[in-house]
Design a protein around this ligand. Structure first.
Ligand code: ZN
Length: 385
């Protein structure tokens, strides 16, 4: 058998799925519970391949190299759907008009439909109620896979109808191996990236990408720069974050334009209005989401730094403390000496509040400026007091 079922770091989860396929006991709804981006997508695609493989057959567990397996793994199989939120939350109109509609039809190809809901814990009440009705009357040979980062955000009525599979955060040695693959040769950089990724291979990729660690080092230096240069630096830092967003979402923008151009050519220069509009909407939605992710990652970096300061400030040998910024122990000590625990805690709260606010599409520029100015007030009072 091939390594179809190999999903890095998730042997336990895939063993459960594989056992269910091979025994012919595939639940009609699964909840993949765990931190985002640790292998849920690959696992759902493997499940689709195993159920539809033309070589191994229905209970054969999938061959991993036939055309069907190959397309399932690439997400290009007509009976495999991946629903992403079309706004901050999944909308009831999407649940009714897309998810349940697709579920009620017979498989476009193959034997089984696999319908994956990305960020399923981001359904609002109306969407969750509509979806529950679909779950209560499961169509034949249809498997729902719900990605759930926070089970508390999903109604029990939905969760109780799913078989739960746990997806684990990656262990440091798995992240370290991945960091080497991604080309992080320098041991200091690699140690920093592995710790700052907090078990997420997606975060690790961001850090290992060009400029990723430089950005992290800029984010963590914000408080020190404000201490040294005063509140003026708060506004500079806000502007720098906006620049970073532009830099990191430029590729998405270009991809959207390229897709439009390619399709226009396919339609010999006359793209139906609806199609063009759909692509434009999808591109701008992805840009919006990417922007939020970039900013949230930046705020996470800042919170990680402030937490490290608290740990170091509480005393003890910095070399055995579970700190993230292992390459900057001297700077951590300095910052911890300059700022009291109360100031650090207040700063962490302020950053986390902003992180939450970004999820609800607030004006990001204003939110960031306000946060950084508040931080400068906190820091300046902390320093002088
Ligand atoms: Zn196959």
């Amino acid at each position: 058998m091939s390594d179809l079922w190999h999903v890095p770091g998730q042997q336990r989860a895939t063993a459960v799925l594989r056992g269910a396929v091979e025994r012919g006991e595939v639940s009609h709804a699964w909840a993949f519970v765990g931190p985002p981006g640790v292998g849920q997508q690959r696992a759902a695609r493997v499940l689709a391949a195993a159920l539809n493989c033309v070589v191994a057959g229905e209970r054969g567990g999938g061959c991993g190299h036939c055309d069907v397996c190959d397309r399932c793994l690439r997400g290009a199989f007509a009976s495999l759907w991946e629903f992403e939120p079309t706004g901050t939350f999944h909308r009831v109109v999407d649940v009714r008009e897309q998810w349940l509609h697709v579920a009620s039809r017979s498989a476009m190809e193959g034997r089984w439909k696999v319908l994956r809901v990305v960020d399923a814990d981001r359904m609002n009440d109306a969407a969750a109620n509509a979806f529950l009705k679909g779950l209560e009357e499961p169509p034949d040979r249809t498997v729902w896979v719900l990605d759930v980062a926070d089970p508390d955000e999903l109604p029990d009525t939905i969760l109780s109808r799913c078989r739960v599979v746990r997806f684990a955060a990656w262990a440091p040695d798995a992240l370290d191996a991945r960091a080497r693959e991604l080309g992080l040769g320098d041991a200091t950089d690699r140690a920093l990236a592995v710790r700052a990724a907090f078990g997420s291979p997606v975060a690790l990729e961001r850090l290992a990408a060009a400029g990723g660690l430089e950005d992290l080092r800029v984010h963590r230096s914000v408080v020190r720069r404000i201490r040294e240069d005063g509140p003026g630096h708060a506004l500079l830092a806000a502007r720098a974050l906006e620049d970073e967003v532009r830099r990191r979402t430029a590729a998405l923008k270009a991809a959207g334009k390229a897709e439009l151009a390619e399709l226009t050519q396919l339609y010999s220069g006359e793209l139906p209005r609806g199609v063009a509009k759909q692509i434009e909407e999808r591109t701008s939605r992805r840009e919006r989401e990417a922007k939020t992710l970039v900013l949230q990652a930046a705020l996470d970096d800042l919170v990680g730094w402030l937490r490290d300061c608290l740990l170091v400030g509480a005393g003890g040998d910095a070399h055995i403390l579970p700190i993230v910024h292992v390459d900057a122990v001297m700077e951590l000590r300095e910052e911890a000496e300059a700022l009291s625990a109360a100031v650090l805690l207040a700063a962490i709260d302020r950053v986390l509040d902003t992180r939450l606010a970004l999820e609800s599409n607030v004006g990001t520029t204003l939110a960031l400026e306000a946060m950084l100015l508040d931080l400068s007030t906190l820091v300046m009072v902390g320093v002088s007091g």
